[in-house]
Design a binder for this molecule. Structure first.
Ligand SMILES: Nc1ncnc2c1ncn2[C@@H]1O[C@H](COP(=O)(O)OP(=O)(O)OP(=O)(O)O)[C@@H](O)[C@H]1O
Ligand SMILES: Nc1nc2c(c(=O)[nH]1)N=C(CO)CN2
Length: 167
């Protein structure tokens, strides 16, 4: 069983629809979905505001590489174009943590190296997992981060697929 925390973001096109496509794409493994926040861009400042949220997912069949691949498949489905580092994107899916897994492979750094200082990750993550611990940094509830430019904007719909009894 692996449980992962994923950060999702969008600042291009129909931002809410892109986040919803990630929720729908993970519907079979969803444990929790945070509220959506509208956030001022960090890193590259001359770009549109983002919508950000956090998902908690769990599956006995998906390991850390599986979470990365599933996220990347959803980015491709959202026609994400990779041109500028930290630039505009229809959908970004970052793997923030995978329970019990540390990785220094540049293709999959765990925990995600930016997570401890990004309000765009920590604020929605605190909503769904107030007791979470970020390996190497401690409880996320006591981390220092700036909250300027982060506004709550509502909820995504949880289209968790119905499983009929007996299936
Ligand atoms: N924890 C992780 N989650 C997602 N991608 C990761 C992770 N660690 C390393 N990567 C690698 O980062 C590469 C670039 O990812 P991406 O373009 O989404 O970065 P970014 O979102 O622009 O920046 P950042 O990772 O700082 O948020 C991917 O090819 C992926 O293999
Ligand atoms: N507010 C905000 N800014 C960003 C974001 C993001 O998700 N939210 N992602 C980036 C590249 O991953 C660059 N800048």
């Amino acid at each position: 069983m692996t449980r992962a925390v994923l950060s999702i973001g969008s600042n291009l096109g129909d931002r809410l629809a892109h986040l919803q496509s990630a929720v729908d794409g993970f519907a079979d493994v969803l444990v929790a979905v945070s509220p959506v926040y509208e956030t001022a861009p960090w890193g590259v400042l001359d770009q549109a505001d983002f919508l950000n949220a956090v998902l908690v997912v769990e599956s006995p069949e998906v390991d850390e590489w599986g979470w990365l691949r599933r996220g990347q498949a959803l980015e491709r489905a959202a026609q994400r174009v990779r041109d500028r580092h930290w630039g505009p994107r229809t959908l970004d899916v970052d793997v923030v943590t995978v329970d019990g897994v540390l990785s220094s492979d540049p293709e999959l750094l765990l925990p995600h190296p930016g997570a401890h200082e990004r309000a765009t990750v920590l604020i929605p993550w605190l909503d769904v997992s107030p007791d979470a611990v970020l390996p190497g940094f401690g409880p996320i509830a006591v981390l220092d981060y700036s909250v300027e430019g982060v506004r709550k904007r509502g909820d995504l719909s949880l289209n968790i697929r119905e499983t009929k009894i007996g299936e």
